[in-house]
Design a protein around this ligand. Structure first.
Ligand code: KG4
Ligand code: ZN
Length: 346
């Protein structure tokens, strides 16, 4: 039988989607019903294997995915208490991410889709981060402003409908997660840098003067200036033979990096007359960001939706949530689907 023509299938409101994610160091699989209900979720991470290298090593990540993918998918099916026949479609992250890592998930999903003769749904990882929010409230609907803060992207999006996104502000250089990771490395904190900066910052004070250039008039961001300011502060201290208080550096950096995101999110909501802000991406697991955004929304009478921390960092639930949106739009892939290192946000 020829595979790939699913244009005539009847779309089910309560479709069961098996979602696979392998874009970085997490091999993840989830089963999602009707786009909003999590039946199961399994994550096998190779994060500990990368610690001694100070960051994700693509070859190690790919090999770990190859070892973990079958057991991860089998476990997710078992935990959801379903059989392969109950699956209506298979969603898979095809980008953005490490190509070798992505290919493991994409190849597995293609084989499964072909064997079951079910639609294959190509999912953009970044959209997945933003769609994770649909799993937190069954009644949440666009339009809203969405704050994307991850390791590879920092942007403010106007989500006009489930399918229609507009980038209204974005970083002109580094992503905020990248800045967290770089500053962490400079302070001698281990990978992953973001959570370690947050932990160390709790003991510190916001007492290091950092550039105000981030508070520009538009909705775009820039993190390279902040990163350079931190580096030059540390180098100057070292040259003078003075002690560096890592907690104060972490605290001051965290504030500077996050305050601008919160300011611009509120500004966007006002500018576009939108009464709801949502957020997604690994950096949204940061406690200071969560608290600041919640408080700023409260003060400005804006509804705020922030996913629980386990829905912010990489997972497959979010791929299932976004996969459901693409399923309803009948955006199916052929077996020629390939992994892509980068994909446009819109
Ligand atoms: O969204 P994500 O899991 O992967 C990408 O799609 O990029 O984001 C990973 C990024 C890393 O830079 C990591 O350091 C950062 O999210 N991150 C955090 C925290 N947890 C993860 N940054 C600040 N505070 C955290 N608690
Ligand atoms: Zn991610």
């Amino acid at each position: 039988m020829e595979y790939g023509n699913f244009n005539d299938i009847t779309i089910k409101e309560d479709a069961i989607i098996l979602a696979i994610e392998s874009s970085c160091d997490e091999t993840a699989c989830a089963v999602i019903k009707g786009g909003r209900e999590i039946l199961s979720s399994v994550i096998n991470s190779s994060a500990t294997e990368h610690i001694k290298f100070g960051g994700v090593v693509p070859e190690i990540a790919s090999r770990a995915h190859t070892t973990a993918i079958s057991i991860t998918v089998e476990q997710a099916i078992k935990d959801a208490n379903i059989t392969l026949n109950d699956i209506d479609a298979i969603a898979v992250t095809y980008g953005a991410g490490l190509v070798g890592a992505l290919l493991v998930g994409v190849s597995y999903a293609k084989s499964l889709a072909q064997a079951l003769n079910k639609p294959l749904i190509p999912v953009n990882h970044i959209r997945g981060h933003l769609s994770a929010i649909y799993l937190t409230d069954k009644n949440l609907k666009p339009p809203f402003i969405s704050v994307l803060a991850s390791g590879g992207h920092t942007a403010i999006m106007l989500v006009k409908s489930y399918y229609d996104y507009q980038v209204i502000g974005q970083t002109l250089d580094d992503a905020v997660g990248e800045a967290f990771d770089k500053v962490a490395r400079t302070l001698g904190l281990s990978y992953p840098g973001g959570p370690n900066i947050e932990r160390v910052a709790k003991q510190g004070q916001n007492n290091i003067p950092l550039p105000k250039m981030l508070k520009g008039k538009g909705l775009d961001f820039s993190y390279s200036g902040l990163k350079t300011a931190i580096l030059s502060y540390i180098n100057t201290k070292k040259m003078k033979g003075e002690q560096i208080n890592a907690s104060d550096v972490a605290c001051s950096f965290q504030r500077s990096a996050i305050d601008v995101i919160v300011d611009k999110a509120i500004k966007s909501a006002k500018q576009y007359k939108i009464d709801t802000i949502t957020a997604g991406g690994g950096v949204v697991a940061n406690g200071y960001l969560r608290e600041s955004l919640t408080n700023a929304c409260l003060q400005n009478n804006i509804k705020c939706y922030i996913p629980p921390k386990n829905l912010c960092t990489d997972n497959a639930y979010m791929i299932g949530a976004e996969g459901y949106i693409q399923y309803k739009n009948k955006n199916f892939a052929y077996l020629s689907l390939n992994a892509k290192a980068s994909i446009s946000l819109e």
